[in-house]
Design a protein around this ligand. Structure first.
Ligand code: ADP
Ligand code: GLC
Length: 483
């Protein structure tokens, strides 16, 4: 099949979160299955700087802007995967990240930026831009590409479409005024299209108009049919539930494997877990913590937002740190959470290390150096760090929600006896559950080191590679194309 994979970020070119990890690896897995899949991204300045040999495919004239828009083509780094970039310097050549400026505020013209991107993707999808290629299917991801299925629905002879929800909490909502600048059909401003409580919702373009919907874990697929998780969209999702499936994300083990990871101090694998120890010592040293093998070292990495439950870690800290436990955290985001984490490390200098910022090598070093990994998320569509943690033998402590529930087996007596346990699962995202599961982890670590090691081995042997999930997408694409 000819497939166009549409995303607003892809690792290693540009990344703010898990979507980049998915967009930088799932297309490669689908290409390995023999498909002509191509990735399309906005031409952010930082991407253009990293790419050599880009060719101009066409200059586009789009109703949404008078600024020049050019479609460029090259290969995704380190691969033969064809990649298109929508180059429009006025909209995409900026400092900051794809969505916010250097102060963390949304770009005021985000509606226009991603409408322009959506229009360029739609032109390519309709075969009017690249004379050599047209997709049979367009796979859109998150609100930034939500306009594409809506625009495609205007064409009777169009490619099939799939829309993947990576996070329902980000919907791309804009005022009527912003909508009116987008030169879209007026019919889009209606409750059965993209209007949502008097705002214009990019994500609804995908949810209503795509042929099939997916999300990134089976549990999240059922959670979002309920008001607690649906961010107001449960009615619509229930209406579309026969077209909605959950396909768990995979891991790119080329990037995230402790036996080949060049960003860590000492490489190790399931048969040589003792080689993990130098990574722990290096991490303790880096954060100025006492270098001790017998203390339980917890790690946390993530965007500092309510979803991730970082506030729960801070609220449970006095309880957790009354035990022989150390904690290192890496994250950036909400200013109040940043300063609370910094205060915590000032209060407990021998137990807590905090790094505020985005730091890819450090993320690998925490995965490799910590004994256990905290992910007390309030909701988690899939979550990737718990999957990385499993492979690094860094036992995840997670909430029973979304992809966390689908990937971590709690250290219950039964699961321990059967050798299935891979982590610690909190029934609820609250301070009591977090404290209790961390205490259970510390007890096991300190009092039953053999059981801990055997759990590490089981965790490291889990296979969450892309192959199975890529085949599930392939089957769905076939259904969509032949419908
Ligand atoms: P989400 O997409 O909701 O942020 P995921 O668990 O799916 O959560 O993916 C997060 C990805 O971003 C992981 O690869 C993680 O290592 C990375 N990440 C998040 N915050 C940071 C940070 N401050 N520094 C480095 N990597 C980070
Ligand atoms: C989102 C979700 C996260 C998921 C990622 C990739 O950012 O918050 O749970 O792993 O997308 O699908």
């Amino acid at each position: 099949m000819n497939i166009l994979f549409v995303a607003s970020e892809a690792h290693p070119l540009i990344k703010t979160g898990g979507l980049a990890d998915v967009a930088g690896s799932l297309p490669l897995a689908l290409r390995a299955l023999g498909h002509d899949i191509r990735l399309i991204l906005p031409g952010y300045a930082s991407i253009l700087e990293q790419m050599d040999g880009l060719q101009t495919v066409a200059t586009l004239s789009l109703p949404v802007t008078t600024a020049p828009v050019t479609l460029l083509r090259g290969n995704f780094p380190g691969s033969e995967l064809p990649m298109y970039l929508v180059d429009s310097p006025e909209y995409f050549a900026r400092p900051g990240n794809p969505y916010v400026d250097t102060d963390g505020n949304d770009w005021p013209d985000n509606a226009l930026r991603f409408a322009l991107f959506g229009r360029a993707v739609t032109s390519l999808s309709m075969g009017t831009v690249d004379p050599d290629w047209q997709p049979d299917l367009v796979h859109c991801n998150d609100w930034q590409s939500g306009l594409v299925p809506a625009l495609l629905s205007q064409h009777p002879k169009r490619p099939a479409s799939v829309f993947t929800i990576h996070n329902l909490a980000y919907q791309g909502l804009f005022s009527w005024n912003k909508f009116s600048e987008l030169a879209l059909p007026e019919s889009f401003w209606s409750a059965d299209s993209m209007e949502f409580y008097d705002q214009f919702s990019f994500i609804k373009g995908g949810l209503i108009h795509a042929d099939y919907l997916t999300t990134v874990s089976p549990t999240y697929a059922s959670e979002i049919l309920r008001p607690e998780f649906s961010c107001g969209l449960d009615g619509l999702l229930q209406h579309r539930s026969t077209d909605l499936t959950g396909i768990l994300n995979g891991v790119d083990y080329q990037v995230w494997s402790p036996d080949t990871d060049s960003l860590i101090n000492s490489q190790y694998e399931a048969t040589s877990p003792q080689n993990k120890a130098p990574n722990k010592a290096a991490l303790q040293q880096m954060f100025g913590l006492p270098v001790r093998d017998d203390v339980l070292l917890l790690g946390h990495i993530g965007r500092l937002v309510e979803q991730k439950g970082v506030d729960l870690i801070i609220d449970a800290a006095d309880d957790i740190l009354a035990q022989d436990i150390q904690l290192v955290t890496l994250g950036t985001g909400n200013a109040a959470l940043q300063s609370r984490l910094q205060k915590l490390s000032a209060q407990y200098p021998r137990q807590v290390g905090t790094h505020i910022g985005y730091n890819e090598p450090l993320a690998h070093q925490i995965e490799a150096g910590a004994d256990a990994f905290l992910m007390p998320s309030r909701f988690e569509p899939c979550g990737l760090n718990q999957l990385y943690s499993l492979r690094y033998g860094t036992l995840p402590i997670v909430t029973h929600t979304g992809g966390l529930a689908d990937s971590v087996v709690d250290a219950s007596d039964d699961a321990m006896a059967d050798g299935r346990a891979t982590g610690f699962v909190m029934p609820h995202a609250d301070v009591t559950s977090l404290s209790a599961r961390v205490t259970a982890a510390a007890e096991l670590f300190q009092q039953r080191p053999k059981s801990w090691k055997s759990m590490m081995r089981t965790a490291m042997q889990q296979d969450f590679g892309w192959d199975r999930s890529a085949r599930a997408y392939e089957a769905l694409y076939r259904k969509a194309v032949t419908a």
